[in-house]
Design a protein around this ligand. Structure first.
Ligand SMILES: O=C(O)c1ccc[n+]([C@@H]2O[C@H](COP(=O)([O-])O)[C@@H](O)[C@H]2O)c1
Ligand SMILES: Cc1cc2nc[nH]c2cc1C
Length: 359
């Protein structure tokens, strides 16, 4: 793996450190002193401890300034007839997000989340729209069944767009980052990335995406198999895997994750697309894993495969299969709740509640 140590990606990778094991132990100790049977708040306790390990404090701050970056990119593999929607829906939905009409616009106010729509790789022109960030690296990827989706340089530049956005978000006060995307055809790239990074058969990583029928689903599996046969991707070279299989928005999300971790800020994953990007990003920097939360399980089979490989539990399962960041948004109150538990609950000593009876 050759990444220039002086590049933004190289510097970001080397600035990420493991999360704080002392703060983790102190948080675990505090969980046992709070007025509840130890472990009774289940995953909420685990999340709270992870938040402490991320920021090095017990209790951890309750995140109040969330930013959801929505990376939009088009896919050359669209040509292989692997989605049942027109490609122009990618740009149309990005514009819809800018004007407040997408699902994430409806869900975000519940948590005060800012939405940052980003053109990182749409195929064609994009009209002006409020809040749109024009950070295009190239106009869509190439069809990975024919050639590499992009060059290594382009893959790195797209990751660096994500890193720079995370830098900007944190500089502006963001204390939790959420990953989102839109890109018709991108579940085929995600399936290929997950298969390549985990060594799993594509049949097990490929799903129906935005509504493929049985025939299209089988075609997707075949397309993924062809891509993997053509490129023979090497999971020890995550940048090479990403360049071979795409996509630009997946690269942007990988960078956003790395950028968040470099600032010791928690990052919430969304669906199958961000899970595939997380495999690439943790391949580049394994210590990233301590900063990631898996927002939801969702309906795409690749999510389960990716989360098992990452060792992350999904925080909820609402059977979502939309993307955009919708699942990450739904997980945010759970994360906030976990931080509040460590901050606001009384201890047995403080509240005069008797401890467990020894047997
Ligand atoms: O987040 C998910 O798990 C998810 C699952 C299925 C579909 N999607 C969204 O649907 C689009 C990709 O679906 P497809 O069928 O075109 O590959 C893309 O815009 C994603 O945001 C997202
Ligand atoms: C309508 C629509 C909205 C989306 N949002 C994210 N991916 C999407 C795919 C489609 C098809």
């Amino acid at each position: 793996m050759t990444i220039d140590p002086g590049s933004l990606l190289g510097r970001t990778i080397s600035s990420i450190t493991p999360t704080d094991s002392k703060a983790l132990a102190a948080a675990e100790d505090r969980q046992c002193q709070l007025t509840k049977p130890p472990g009774s708040l289940g995953l909420l306790e685990v999340i709270g401890c992870q938040l402490s390990a991320i920021c090095g404090q017990v209790p951890p701050p309750v995140p109040t300034h969330p930013v959801l970056a929505v990376f939009a990119g088009d896919h050359g593999v669209y040509e292989q007839n692997i989605t049942c929607w027109p490609q122009e829906v990618t740009v149309q939905m990005l514009i819809n997000m800018c004007y407040g009409g997408a699902s994430i616009n409806a869900l975000a106010p519940e948590t005060g989340t800012q939405i940052w729509p980003v053109d990182i790789g749409l195929a064609n022109g994009v009209p002006d729209a409020p809040g749109l960030r024009r950070l295009r690296v190239r106009s869509g990827t190439a069809d990975f069944t024919q050639t590499s989706a992009m060059t290594r340089e382009e893959a790195q530049r797209a990751i660096e767009v994500g890193i720079a956005l995370a830098d900007q978000a944190v500089a502006g006060g963001a204390d939790v980052l959420l990953t989102g995307e839109v890109g018709l055809g991108n579940t085929t790239s995600a399936s290929a990335l997950i298969a390549a990074m985990t060594g799993t058969d594509p049949q097990l990583t490929t799903g129906r995406g935005a509504g493929s029928d049985d025939v299209m689903l089988q075609r997707k599996v075949d397309v993924v198999r062809r891509g993997i046969a053509l490129h023979d991707p090497d999971p020890s070279d995550p940048l090479g895997v990403l360049a071979a299989l795409g996509g630009l928005e997946l690269a942007g999300m990988a960078g956003f994750m790395l950028g968040g971790a470099a600032h010791r800020v928690p990052v919430i994953l969304d669906g199958v697309l961000s899970c595939s990007a997380a495999l690439v990003a943790t391949g580049l920097q394994p210590d990233l894993i301590g900063y990631l939360f898996a927002g939801h399980l969702g309906d795409e089979p690749g999510i389960k495969v990716a989360l098992e490989a990452l060792g992350l539990p999904a925080l909820c399962d609402l059977e979502l299969r939309l993307g955009e960041g919708s699942g990450a948004l739904m997980a945010l109150p759970i994360i906030r709740g976990a931080a509040r538990v460590l901050r606001d609950m009384a201890t047995f000593a403080d509240a005069g509640v008797s401890g467990k009876v020894d047997e």
